[in-house]
Ligand binder design. Structure first.
Ligand SMILES: N[C@@H](CCC(=O)N[C@@H](CS)C(=O)NCC(=O)O)C(=O)O
Length: 250
């Protein structure tokens, strides 16, 4: 029995939903409302002490972190493999997953918050905003403090866009002679990358790859043509479908 604590629009949740769909697994959905800080409730923190989604429950096991959850699913449900057979090739895909977690996953948060989530904090005064960050966010206190109620500054936005561009450049090179980031078969690295590129697309950044990165553009189209995409990105799971996006402040 698989139960996923997740949020419709969360890129990390989308990664796990893609993996579940690729592996044709049935799962129970438990939505966590990020707007009301349900992920910071005492009850949820017992499952995921980092106070973030997603969390997977498998029988009595609690598994956190989207990349770890996907690797867990790969181990426990090895049919339809998401990693190549050769150990060196597997290591390369795992290195891609680490890179995608460290660089573009973090970068994508900056325009996402500036363009979509800031209005959540508009009605708070400084003290109320501070109170929300100080004790209750186990791993994101400094992130929210840097954002403040006015959003990330230009230097942070520029750095994030630059990191995203370097990700596209890396993808472009890898896709020069491979069908997928994970090798010959769509796999873990593709699963982790897809929600990030889709988010940037949803925020209106598609010109970044349409003009410069033909391989990445083609990869995105082929990834979206897979049935797992429509399963994982069901209606209202993209920000533009339910939030009014602000222009990127610069
Ligand atoms: N490394 C974690 C990061 C999870 C994460 O940051 N989740 C976001 C949604 S994509 C979240 O829960 N954010 C809560 C917040 O900003 O307070 C993973 O991959 O699962």
């Amino acid at each position: 029995m698989l139960k996923l604590y997740h949020a419709n629009h969360s890129t990390c949740s989308q990664k796990v939903r893609l993996c579940l769909a690729e592996k044709d697994l049935d799962w129970e959905s438990q939505l966590v409302n990020l707007a009301t800080n349900e992920h910071l409730s005492e009850e949820y923190l017992k499952l995921n002490p980092n106070g973030v989604v997603p969390t997977l429950i498998h029988d009595d096991g609690v598994i956190t972190d989207s990349g770890v959850i996907c690797e867990y699913l790969e181990e426990v449900f090895p049919d339809k493999p998401m990693l190549p057979e050769d150990p060196v090739d597997r290591a390369v895909v795992r290195a891609w997953v680490r890179y995608l977690d460290e660089v573009p996953t973090a970068a994508v948060r900056v325009p996402s918050f500036n363009m979509a989530f800031l209005p959540r904090y508009n009605n708070l005064d400084d003290a109320e905003f501070q109170a929300q960050q100080a004790d209750i966010r186990p791993i994101r206190k400094q992130f929210y403090e840097r954002m403040g109620r006015k959003g990330f500054n230009d230097a942070e936005v520029d750095a994030a866009v630059d990191q995203f561009r370097s990700t596209l450049a890396r993808m472009e090179q890898r896709l020069d002679n491979l069908a997928w980031l994970s090798g010959d078969v769509f796999g873990l690295a593709d699963i982790i990358a897809l929600p990030l590129i889709d988010r940037m697309d949803d925020l209106g950044f598609e010109n970044m790859w349409l003009t410069e990165f033909a391989n990445a553009t083609d990869w995105l189209k082929r990834s979206r043509d897979r049935s797992s995409f429509s399963t994982a990105f069901y209606p209202k799971s993209r920000l533009s479908e339910f939030l009014r996006l602000s222009p990127l402040r610069r």
